[in-house]
Ligand binder design. Structure first.
Ligand SMILES: [Zn+2]
Length: 198
């Protein structure tokens, strides 16, 4: 039997997405055997991230710097802005490397059921960014769920008054599909074939 401390570690790891109790115990055993190397590195990396984690003031991304690495990168195209529901979507899209612009994280989606209204999402700051000018295209990259699409329509309406092209991911995406779970090829295709919002 493992000690209380080791058991507590296994329980913490078991809560991670994709890990169950069994995989967590295997991971603990693996780490315990590598106390001086892998375990020490993991502890250092966790402490570093925990100490430095901040939310980007501009886009809502989570990073260890503010503005985040994406907003601060001068090679990014400032004229293209991609709106996503969550940080996970930003990371998923950015992994596809097809979008070279910047992002805006809403922090969720409109949901009558869960009582999430426009004022609960960072829509005001999105309008503010578009209002400032210099943006030609806003890509609405909401998930292919009913709530995601409702959110996209709402934002498209709010942006109607501005001289920007509003496009949407091509939804050959599976309905109900969350961006984060899509493989990079599918995501890249959805981005490449994006179309104007009707
Ligand atoms: Zn940012």
């Amino acid at each position: 039997m493992a000690s209380q401390e080791i058991e507590a570690l296994a329980q913490s790891l078991a809560r991670l997405p994709g890990l169950g109790p069994r995989s967590a115990r295997r991971a603990v055993l693996w780490l315990v055997k590598r106390r001086e190397t892998a375990l020490a590195q993991l502890v250092a990396a966790l402490a570093e991230v925990q100490a430095r984690l901040v939310e980007c003031d501009i886009c809502g991304n989570v990073d260890t710097q503010d503005p985040c690495g994406v907003c601060a990168d001068p090679r990014r195209d400032p004229r293209a802005l991609c709106v996503v529901e969550d940080v996970a979507d930003l990371w998923a899209l950015d992994r596809s490397r097809l979008f070279t612009g910047r992002y805006h994280v809403l922090g969720g989606r409109l949901s009558a059921l869960d009582g999430v209204g426009p004022e609960d999402l960072s829509i005001g700051s999105l309008i503010g960014r578009v209002e400032q000018g210099g943006i030609d295209e806003v890509v609405l990259a909401m998930n292919a769920t009913l709530e995601g699409q409702t959110t996209a329509h709402y934002i498209a309406e709010r942006l109607e008054a501005f001289p920007v092209r509003i496009t949407q991911l091509a939804h050959g995406l599976p309905v109900g599909g969350e961006l984060d779970y899509l493989d990079e090829g599918t995501l890249a295709q959805a981005l490449r074939a994006r179309r104007p919002v009707a």
